[in-house]
Structures are given as C-alpha cells and as structure tokens.
Design a protein around this ligand. Structure first.
Ligand SMILES: NC(=O)c1ccc[n+]([C@@H]2O[C@H](COP(=O)([O-])OP(=O)(O)OC[C@H]3O[C@@H](n4cnc5c(N)ncnc54)[C@H](O)[C@@H]3O)[C@@H](O)[C@H]2O)c1
Length: 284
C-alpha cells in the first residue's frame, strides 16, 4: 500500500513534531486536536521549527511553504477518513487512547493502520478497542520528532507482520531508523532502560546526595549523555515520566517503579517542565 496521507491525533509536543516531520517528507497530513487553540499552537511551533531550518540553510523558504501547505488541521476526528495511516499522540492515558482508537476504527478505511505513539502502554490493550488488532501497532517517536533518529515499531499480540513491515518502511520514508520491538512489553526498549535511571536520579536528589545541576553534569560528562535526567524530564514533560512510572509499577507489579515523592509533588503543583515555565528547574 502506498501511504500518501498521514493522520495525527493530538497536536501537542509530539503530534505537532510528527505532523511537521511527515509534511517535510512530502506526505499530506491531517492534524487533529480537541480545540482550535491547540491546533493554532501546533502550527506556530511548526512554523518556528521550519523558519529556523530555513535560517540554517537546511531548507528553502519555498520548501517550507510547500510543507506547511500539506498540513490540514481539524477538530473533527471524522476527517481522518482520508488517512492511510493514523498516528495517535494524545495524552498518556490508556482509557483516552482506547476511546480514540475505538472512534478511529469506525472512521478510517479498513486497510488503514492505526499506530500509537504511547511511551509505555500496552499496544495489545489499545488494539482491543478496535476490530482490526492486526492493523494496530506502536510507532514510538522521540522528542523532537523532527530530529531524533529513532522510531520503535512495536508489535501488539495480534499485529500482523505486514503492518510491522509497512511501519518500518514508513519510518525510513520519514528519514528515521526503526527498531522492531518484538513483544508488547511496558516501556518497550528505551523507556524500560531510561525510567529506572530517572527514578534513581530523583532519589539521589531527595536524599541530598547531590544537586540537580551536579547530577545532570555527572550524567552528561560521566555517561556521555547529551542531557542529564532533570534537563531531559523538564524537556519531555515531567508528567510523562510520572505516568510511565505509575504504569510500570502496576504492570510489573513492582513498587520499585513507584514515582518518588518529589516527582509527585512537581506534577501536583503543575510544574510539568519547560512547557509550563518550571519543572525540576525554573525557566522564567
Ligand atoms: N513528550 C515526549 O517526550 C514524548 C516522547 C515520546 C512519546 N510521547 C507520548 O506521546 C503522547 C503525547 O505526548 P505529548 O508530550 O505530545 O503530550 P502533550 O500534552 O504535549 O499533547 C497531547 C495533546 O493531545 C490532545 N488531546 C487530548 N485528548 C484528545 C482527543 N480526545 N483527541 C485529540 N487530541 C486530544 C491535547 O489537547 C494535547 O494537545 C503521549 O502518549 C506520550 O507518552 C511523548
């Protein structure tokens, strides 16, 4: 199947980035969110990203305009009927994702692939909200989706080989490097490794072993990571890690994954990271 039109549901950090990436790679994009203001915000961020690319000589103004023109925005999920693949990027909430998948299943054509950008949750469970579990899979991008090279293509229990192959091919068309996650396991590969590191970093901070700045410095210089754990959580959205920890705790039946108290407090206080002006660090 030749994929021409990609639907993206949820126009937040990830949805906007994925829509931008798809448009820059010459796909038509239908970008959906629940309110116009979220779509306007997404278009502004897309415009900003591409303007910087033009400044840096990575694309021409004409290419930017062409890519922009390929993105159609809508608050009506019905308009996903024209999509060959839909990538869901709503909040990390299992019941919300299932509701979106159930609706999409009755809107899109029968061959359409329904992919989720979930950071951790069960593809099999999300697929169970549809009558096409063989056409449902994880397509996990990293932030910012325009730049980060990796895509985890994740198999649910009933995902067909054809669906996996098509999503791997699509990832390459989007200039990404896909890896196949062969089993539907919480957090897939990257978050399974990263979340315990976040937990240990927050515990070190809580125990007063070192400051956030010094933990970040130690990890960047000592492990050669591009960002330390606090800078990265603030960048990704502090609440995302929190939801993933809660999910790991339940799924693995292991309290070791429980979100540390400090993280809970930040989430409760609305300190969700850079996008809210504060997280582990202050930005304003
Ligand atoms: N932020 C990251 O670093 C990152 C990386 C990889 C994957 N993810 C995953 O991507 C998903 C989105 O994360 P995000 O950081 O972009 O979140 P976000 O909060 O920035 O955006 C979520 C968007 O979904 C919209 N939304 C909510 N309900 C909706 C509905 N019913 N229909 C359409 N839109 C709806 C919201 O209005 C919001 O604009 C999550 O599952 C997250 O775990 C996030």
């Amino acid at each position: 199947m030749a994929i021409q039109t990609i639907g993206v549901v949820g126009a937040g950090s990830m949805g906007a980035g994925i829509a931008n990436l798809a448009a820059m790679n010459k796909f038509n994009v239908i970008l959906n969110d629940i309110e116009e203001r979220f779509l306007d915000g997404a278009l502004k961020r897309i415009d900003k990203f591409m303007s910087k690319s033009v400044e840096r000589g990575k694309m021409t103004e004409e290419q930017k305009q062409e890519a922009f023109a390929r993105i159609q925005t809508t608050t009506s999920l019905e308009e996903m009927s024209g999509a060959d693949v839909v990538i869901e990027a709503v909040l990390e909430d299992l019941s919300l994702k299932k509701e979106v998948f159930s609706k999409l299943d009755s809107i899109v054509n029968e061959n359409c692939i329904l992919a989720t950008n979930t950071s951790s949750m069960s593809i099999t469970e999300i697929a169970s909200a549809t009558k096409r579990p063989e056409r449902v899979a994880g397509m996990h991008f990293f932030n910012p989706a325009q730049l980060m090279k990796l895509v985890e293509v994740v198999r649910g229990y009933k995902t067909s080989d054809e669906t996996i192959e098509e999503l791997k091919a699509l990832s390459k068309q989007l200039s990404k490097e896909p890896v196949e996650v062969k089993k539907d396991s919480p957090g897939f590969i990257v978050n399974r490794i990263m979340i315990p590191q976040f937990i240990e970093a927050i515990k070190l901070l809580e125990e007063g072993v070192a400051s956030a700045e010094d933990i970040d410095k130690a990890v960047t210089l000592g492990l050669n990571y591009p960002m330390g754990p606090f800078t990265l959580q603030d960048y990704a959205g502090v609440e995302i890690g929190y939801h993933v920890m809660e999910y790991f705790k339940e799924e693995f039946n292991d309290n070791h994954f429980a979100p540390p108290q400090l993280l809970k407090q930040l989430v409760r206080a609305g300190r969700h990271g850079k996008k809210t002006g504060a997280g582990f660090y202050d930005y304003e």
